[in-house]
Design a protein around this ligand. Structure first.
Ligand code: ATP
Ligand SMILES: Cc1cn([C@H]2C[C@H](O)[C@@H](COP(=O)(O)O)O2)c(=O)[nH]c1=O
Length: 225
């Protein structure tokens, strides 16, 4: 019998180190027989990628930003995430709705109640119960002090609308992630992202081994750690 799909999201402030490990994790899961769909938000479909370019680069108010992000999310869920989960894939998604609560809610100060309403509408999909709202099975939270993230990103690339924000913005975003994690502690695996890459990788794979989703500790190339 094929395994059920798994929806895993990766969160953290810009520069926390998510992208450094997601590909390696996909390789490790594939080496153990899983089919992996690797995707990201905002984005993941042709339409959502167009919305991503607008959100990351064009000036807009906080409501417009939140609506575009949720519109992109709806298309992404319908076109990519739900079909992949129905096939039994492991979906590894670089950011999802926790980012909206952290960035738009915490960072921009946008109304959390409106975000919650949008979350309920947008993530309502056919499921085991009539009022099913899709949520990740696991959210890996790369927790890193904004000062360290800023040092890691300094001069690395041309900053987008979010990366160009002052450090206070990222303090609020980090706090937003902390609040979301406190509200659903069983869904979150917190990673101390200030450690070196190898130790971060070990924390990440341990979270999967603990849940029985990886059989052994593996190195980023899929071999033994
Ligand atoms: N544990 C680590 N120690 C030191 N530097 C790191 C570590 N992990 C990643 N880096 C470096 O920090 C920078 C940001 O990492 P990465 O791109 O993986 O972050 P990210 O969370 O994906 O950021 P964003 O969400 O903004 O794309 C990169 O230059 C990367 O090489
Ligand atoms: C999903 C989501 C993302 N954002 C912000 C966070 C980042 O600054 C960018 C995406 O860039 P990345 O390099 O791919 O991480 O978008 C947001 O503000 N709200 C969201 O819901």
């Amino acid at each position: 019998m094929s395994k059920p799909g798994l929806f895993i999201t990766f969160e953290g402030i810009d520069g926390a180190g998510k992208s450094t490990h997601i590909e390696g994790l996909a390789t490790a899961l594939r080496a153990q027989g899983r089919t992996v769909t690797l995707t990201r938000e905002p984005g993941g479909t042709p339409l959502a990628e167009k919305l991503r370019a607008l959100v990351l680069n064009d000036a807009m108010d906080a409501l417009t930003e939140a609506l575009l992000i949720f519109a992109a999310r709806r298309d992404h869920l319908q076109q990519v995430i739900e079909p992949a989960l129905a096939r039994g894939d492991v979906v590894l998604c670089d950011r999802f709705t926790d980012a909206t609560f952290a960035y738009q809610g915490g960072g921009r100060g946008f109304d959390f109640a409106v975000l919650s309403k949008l979350e309920q509408w947008v993530q309502a999909v056919p499921g085991p119960q009539p009022d099913f709202v899709r949520q990740p099975d696991l959210t890996v939270w790369f927790d890193l002090a904004p000062e360290i993230a800023a040092q890691r990103l300094a001069g690395a690339r041309l900053p987008d609308r979010f990366e160009a924000q002052p450090i206070e913005f990222f303090r609020r975003v980090a706090e937003g992630y902390g609040q979301r994690a406190a509200q659903a502690p069983q869904r979150f695996a917190r990673i101390d992202a200030a450690q070196d890459r190898h130790k971060v990788w070990q924390q990440l794979t341990s979270a999967f081994v603990r849940r029985g989703w990886l059989a052994i500790m593996v190195a980023p190339n899929g071999g033994p750690a």
